[in-house]
Design a protein around this ligand. Structure first.
Ligand code: C2O
Ligand code: CU
Length: 439
């Protein structure tokens, strides 16, 4: 791959010996951007912060809050974010999780840019083509930096405007505080109470900014799972006590019409944070006993997709996910392997621009692996040999659980070098990271 990453020249001259059309540097930088610009300044800074329950966090933040400043733009906008690094001694970057930006804007330190040093700054520019719920986070030593707070919400409203009367987000995160670990919705480790008028249409965007899988639960109303990973589902049916599994990095949008009694969104099996919608802004409701897990493979209605499980693929890859041990200096720990190797020794996936690629993940070990591919959305094709029969699920973070075999497909339509890694960031840091490289 001939690339000059980090350069922003309008005209590249990439010589090519093959029959493929020459690829210029503009493919990796996205080329010129015109139209309305949504500019945001984000300052990475060390900032002690407090959860609503009183525990304090030695936080690193984008903008001083927990989590970082939310970014909300309209589909089609040019998003321009200048990040200034005021952290005392740590370099950082920003990755736009789930947005298929040009490679040069992807924010992966050491791959698409150098990390921004203390005192430095970097401006990201991309067009927000996709509407939906996304998030942004540091991609430099991310298992530590995200854990300390270097992340925030990114919502892209549809070009036609948002339709809900009440639209809010909760970012699930586990903070390391002076009083131990606290699971919270943003900085709320207790109950967040909001007054909502009965009859109002509500959209709640749940972002799993934690390493663990959580089960989203709604008590007190009929609801729908409107979107996963920022992509609206087709004809999602009404739900009651079902819970929705959401792996680290994933997003689930909950939609409901406000009844005349309180509604609670919480995480099944977790006593910590809850989000309560209440007609009078005071009364609350307890979580009900969680019901069965929603079968995402059959939820919603099928709709045409540009390719399917049985079609012809240009590349067919299998990625074995497993774990191993390392011993060093008398201590030991886990490593997380892909095809038997630990990053940076994991062989790359390769593709040519335009290829249809099928990837089958086989999970041999324990613990969940939410597999995140940068720069592309993948279509969930099958799980454990069962073809997907519900709404097409276009995901950027695919939860693969112990013993499962999960097959996804995607069109290689965004040239560059892209990470494909587990979004349990401790697993990613300890081996479970590979790259997709365009030939
Ligand atoms: Cu949300 Cu490579 O990360
Ligand atoms: Cu993992």
């Amino acid at each position: 791959v001939a690339m000059n990453m980090g350069m922003h020249e309008p005209h590249g001259h990439a010589a090519t010996a093959s029959a493929a059309p020459p690829r210029s540097v503009t493919t990796l930088t996205g080329g010129p951007l015109d139209g309305p610009v949504h500019h945001v300044d984000l300052t990475a800074e060390e900032h002690p912060a407090r959860l609503t329950g009183g525990a304090t966090v030695d936080a690193w933040t984008f903008g001083g809050g927990l989590p970082g400043d939310p970014i909300r733009v309209r589909q089609g906008d040019v998003v321009e974010v200048t990040m200034a690094n005021h952290l005392p001694a740590t370099s950082t970057t920003i990755h736009w999780h789930g947005i298929d930006v040009p490679n040069a804007e992807d924010g992966v330190a050491g791959v698409t840019q150098d990390a921004v040093r203390p005192g430095g700054s970097f401006t990201y520019r991309f067009r927000a083509h996709q509407a939906g719920t996304f998030w942004y986070h540091s991609h430099e030593i991310s298992h530590e930096q995200v854990s300390r707070g270097l992340f925030g919400l990114l919502v892209v409203d549809p070009a036609g405007g948002a339709t809900a009367d009440m639209d809010d987000a909760v970012l699930v995160h586990r903070w390391h505080t002076d009083r131990g670990e606290k699971l919270a919705f943003g900085a709320d480790d207790g109950v967040r109470l909001r007054q909502v008028r009965p009859g109002n249409r509500v959209r709640l965007r749940v972002v799993n900014a934690d390493n663990d899988t959580h089960q989203v639960e709604v008590t007190g109303a009929t609801w729908r799972l409107a979107a996963l990973d920022g992509q609206d589902l087709n004809a999602p049916g009404p739900l009651g006590d079902e819970v929705v599994p959401l792996g680290g990095g994933g997003r689930a949008d909950v939609e409901l019409t406000m009844p005349d009694r309180p509604v609670r969104l919480s995480l099944a099996g977790e006593s910590g944070p809850a989000y309560v919608l209440s007609p009078d802004g005071r009364s609350t409701v307890d979580a009900a006993a969680p019901g069965p897990e929603l079968d995402l493979m059959t939820y919603g209605r099928p709709a045409p997709t540009p390719f399917g499980l049985g079609g012809r693929f240009d590349r067919d890859e299998t990625v074995d996910l497993d774990q191993g041990w390392w011993f060093h200096g008398g201590s030991f720990g886990f490593v997380w392997t892909m095809n038997g190797q630990v990053f940076p020794d994991v062989p790359m996936l390769t593709a040519r621009e335009g290829d249809l690629v099928r990837v089958t993940f086989r999970h041999h070990g324990r613990f969940d692996h939410p597999m995140h591919l940068h720069g592309h959305r993948v279509l969930l094709l099958a799980r454990d040999g069962e073809p997907a029969r519900g709404s097409p699920l276009w995901l950027d973070t695919v939860l693969v659980r112990s013993g499962e075999t999960v097959t996804v497909g995607f069109r290689a339509d965004n040239p560059g070098i892209w990470m494909d890694h587990c979004h349990d960031l401790t697993h990613s840091a300890a081996g479970m990271t590979m790259h997709l490289a365009y030939e």
